[in-house]
Design a protein around this ligand. Structure first.
Ligand SMILES: NC(=O)c1ccc[n+]([C@@H]2O[C@H](COP(=O)([O-])OP(=O)(O)OC[C@H]3O[C@@H](n4cnc5c(N)ncnc54)[C@H](O)[C@@H]3O)[C@@H](O)[C@H]2O)c1
Ligand SMILES: O=c1ccn([C@@H]2O[C@H](COP(=O)(O)OP(=O)(O)O[C@H]3OC[C@@H](O)[C@H](O)[C@H]3O)[C@@H](O)[C@H]2O)c(=O)[nH]1
Length: 389
């Protein structure tokens, strides 16, 4: 659908075309957000990233209906003076750039802290100094562990939502000790949130902070040895997809007992779209964006992915579909985990009327269909190659 000038916001006001500086546009979330903005709006995107593989289909050929509304700028925001100019000539900046894979948090803690805090500082400063609106991507991980996880195992209070529901304005943020470097990411994200909030309070920065709760879907991370390093460890969707494609057991870290709520990327992108086009309702807010109805343990996720993959690939599952590994073996020293993450949806529902729609089974079915179509042949060839040599 192409938009017309008749599009209106949630309060009935016409939506004017915006120029959006999107930093990290070449990543998983960025690629879906660019796609949405190109196909359903008249906004222009200045797409900033060091990579563009995931948005190549939007950049060429020149005959695409949105040609001229998306420009790719290959730059590293760590050290590029062009950044301020791009922010200055935009109405809005969306900052997605970050190191955000848990395998990096305890093995590259310095890069993680620099990427999530230091590198975001100039973005906040340029937005504040030039009176530009900022939508900054934080994380659900700022909540850390739940209060409930510190109660005795048999305490009935563990069942009380007050002890596990994560609410933007009231929940505490509970991290592990300093040598649990897993929390360096969460801590850096929390400090940049606090800085953005302070820029709003002292200097009038118009901001929105997004806390994503495990958004998943096509183009998430990479398949090791196919479109990423063989030894790389992506997030769980890609790890399990890789295992399924290679017909290997899925590895359950520390028994797969941690719980997550997964939201379909396309539902989540709807929420960001609403934030972009409804500044009066989104400015000054922190929003959880997740799907509380899609809660599973990691073990249940593995079991469901195994079933769904069998259905979409037509292959029977292997005899031992999962194996247990310790977190030390899988991630190395200094790993720790969030126990449970249920987003409170009250604020985003009240401000933007947003609710997630897609069930976990349905989102896995469309995602694993994509994974199978995109990677199965390449994985088969990469497995066959060493034998042929
Ligand atoms: N996907 C999720 O479920 C999730 C959950 C919580 C938080 N987040 C946050 O959302 C944001 C986007 O996440 P994603 O899943 O799309 O990750 P991603 O890794 O796919 O995308 C991040 C993009 O930023 C780019 N980037 C990083 N550093 C850069 C730099 N210095 N200069 C230019 N580009 C740089 C990377 O090349 C990458 O394309 C991150 O801030 C992340 O912390 C995502
Ligand atoms: O092969 C695997 C991979 C992962 N896991 C487990 O699966 C769970 C989810 O792991 P993910 O790699 O998807 O990442 P997490 O949910 O822990 O954090 C992520 O989500 C929030 C974002 O801020 C970050 O992008 C990232 O930190 C963890 O408990 C992890 O230990 C496995 O059991 N096996």
């Amino acid at each position: 659908m192409s938009s017309s000038s008749a599009r209106v916001d949630l309060d009935g006001n016409p939506i004017n075309p915006l120029t959006i500086c999107m930093i990290g546009a070449g990543g998983f979330i960025g690629s879906h957000l660019c796609e949405k903005l190109m196909t359903e709006t008249q906004h222009t995107v200045l797409a900033v990233d060091v990579y563009n593989d995931k948005i190549k289909h939007l950049l060429e050929p020149d005959s695409l209906p949105w040609a001229g509304r998306i420009q790719f700028h290959r730059l590293n925001i760590k050290n590029d003076s062009r950044l301020e100019g791009l922010i200055k000539c935009s109405d809005l900046t969306v900052n997605l750039a970050a190191i955000c894979t848990p395998a990096d948090y305890n093995t590259r803690p310095l890069d993680t802290i620099y990427s999530n805090f230091i590198d975001a500082l100039p973005v906040v400063k340029y937005c504040s100094e030039n009176n530009k609106r900022l939508i900054h991507f934080s994380t659900c991980e700022v909540y850390g562990k739940t209060i409930g996880s510190f109660l005795p195992q048999d305490s009935p209070l563990r069942q009380d939502p007050a002890y596990y529901l994560l609410t933007e304005d009231t929940s505490p943020c509970i991290f592990g000790s300093i040598e649990k470097q897993r929390w360096s990411y969460a801590c850096a994200k929390q400090l940049i949130e606090r800085l953005i909030y302070a820029e709003g309070a002292e200097n009038g920065l118009e901001f929105t902070i997004v806390r994503p709760f495990n958004w998943i879907g096509p183009r998430m991370d990479f398949i090791p040895g196919i479109d990423g390093p063989s030894e790389g460890v992506p997030r769980v969707l890609a790890c399990f997809s890789n295992n399924l494609l290679r017909r290997e057991p899925l590895k359950l870290v520390d028994g797969g007992e941690s719980q997550r709520t997964f939201v379909y990327i396309k539902d989540a992108i709807e929420a960001v779209h609403l934030m972009i086009e409804n500044p009066a309702r989104a400015n000054g807010h922190i929003f959880n964006v997740g799907n509380p109805n899609n809660e599973v343990t990691v073990r249940q996720l593995a079991e469901m992915m195994t079933k769904v993959y069998s259905k979409v690939s037509g292959e029977d599952s292997i005899e031992t579909p999962t194996i247990d590994v310790s977190s030390k073996e899988f991630y190395g020293e200094g790993y720790d985990d969030s126990d449970k993450r249920i987003p409170d949806m009250t604020i985003i529902n009240k401000q933007l009327g947003w609710d997630p729609k897609t069930s976990l089974w349905d989102l896995l079915e469309s995602t694993l269909t994509y994974q199978h179509r995109t990677y199965a042949e390449a994985v088969k060839q990469s497995i066959a190659k060493p034998l042929a040599n």
